[in-house]
Write a protein that binds this ligand. Structure first.
Ligand code: FES
Ligand SMILES: [Fe+2]
Length: 339
């Protein structure tokens, strides 16, 4: 979808080494200036299209030198030097992209740059805030983004696809509520389990040994940012009347769903927690477990993409109550795409 902000990378991925990532079919070059700001411009030299992230292209100060014949571009994408002549053609400039570094992510705007400033960038403050410890990663998905959105909006699949990690019988058994805020452009899906088994993901990280009260509150801001507010507490422990919640464990599971092409997706995932902040063992465990869970989804969705790609159009899906969140997300995306 055009005219939207997408997560292109984690800030930590961009430095003084040329870095390329394809977003919505556009190959984009990223690097950091000497002053530390992130640049985003086309990864194709205007001369003969050599990718500027490929060796022997390289940075010299705040310019990037094409590794093929030496066209040299500034941080604004404008060509400042060409070989064999002093005159630089006026049209020699790379397309640049609006770029914002926020909440540990590098966001790029795909579409008409004039619309960037007035288009919202959703927030995920826990990823870069005192009081939270974060593990994160990105897995390449060989499937269209809509399959990952369906997957994340319907967590009943945890019971089947992620048993032994985050799934227990109660997830699939407990009905959901779905709400759509059309003005804010957000889809909410909640599943609140009053008395549920504690899956290993939470038992090992929180230390809770018995059954739990488990809340899953999804907040999806199409197209790119998905947050699962996860609340874990011993059975019956609820937030105080004033809204504080000192006796629960909170995990913010954040996904950024960025189309690479029409048939592939960058699956960014992050897990932020407000407990065991300095416990490296807990960080290692959550990173390993969540990556495993993400890869279980990736494997399933890669299969699904192959099936869909090989079938004629017109397959009639059957939807039930668990699908209301995913269907609401599809409707909102269709509306945004039709603006
Ligand atoms: S392709 Fe880049 S300078 Fe020729
Ligand atoms: Fe999953």
């Amino acid at each position: 979808m055009q005219n939207m902000w997408y997560v292109a990378a984690y800030g930590r991925e961009i430095g003084r080494t040329l870095f390329s990532r394809t977003v919505c079919g556009e190959s984009i070059l990223f690097w950091r200036t000497e002053a530390g700001s992130v640049t985003a411009m086309s990864d194709r030299c205007v001369h003969r299209r050599f990718p500027l992230a490929e060796q022997p292209s390289h940075l010299v100060g705040d310019t990037v030198v094409c590794g093929y014949h030496g066209f040299t571009y500034g941080a604004d994408g404008v060509c400042v030097a060409v070989p064999g002549q002093t005159r630089v053609p006026r049209t020699a400039r790379l397309k640049t992209y609006p770029v914002v570094e926020q909440d540990s992510f590098v966001w790029v705007f795909i579409g008409d740059p004039a619309l960037a400033a007035s288009t919202r960038i959703p927030r995920a403050p826990w990823l870069d805030q005192p009081g939270w410890t974060v593990v994160s990663g990105m897995e390449p998905l060989q499937a269209r983004a809509s399959l990952l959105i369906d997957n994340l909006m319907d967590l009943s699949h945890e019971t089947y696809l992620h048993g032994g990690y985050i799934g227990t019988p109660e997830v699939a058994e407990t009905p959901i509520t779905t709400e759509v805020d059309e003005d804010a452009g957000i889809v909410y899906v909640s599943r609140r389990m009053a008395d549920a088994a504690c899956p290993p993901f939470y038992a090992k990280s929180t230390g809770i040994t018995g059954r739990i009260t488990r809340w899953q509150d999804i907040e999806y801001t199409p197209p790119c940012l998905y947050v699962l507010h996860s609340r874990i507490a011993p059975v019956g422990v609820l937030p105080h009347d004033d809204g504080t919640d000192p006796d629960a464990f909170h995990v913010e599971v954040v996904y950024a769903i960025t189309p690479e092409t029409d048939r592939s997706t960058h699956d960014f995932w992050a897990v932020a927690r407000d407990f065991a902040l300095d416990d490296q063992g807990v960080s290692d465990f959550l990173a390993e477990s969540n990556r495993t869970v993400v890869l279980q989804d990736v494997t399933a969705l890669n299969v699904l993409e192959k099936v869909i790609a090989s079938e004629p159009d017109g397959y009639q899906e059957l939807s039930i109550n668990i699908d209301t969140g995913g269907l609401a997300a599809r409707r909102m995306i269709a509306k945004l795409a039709g603006r």
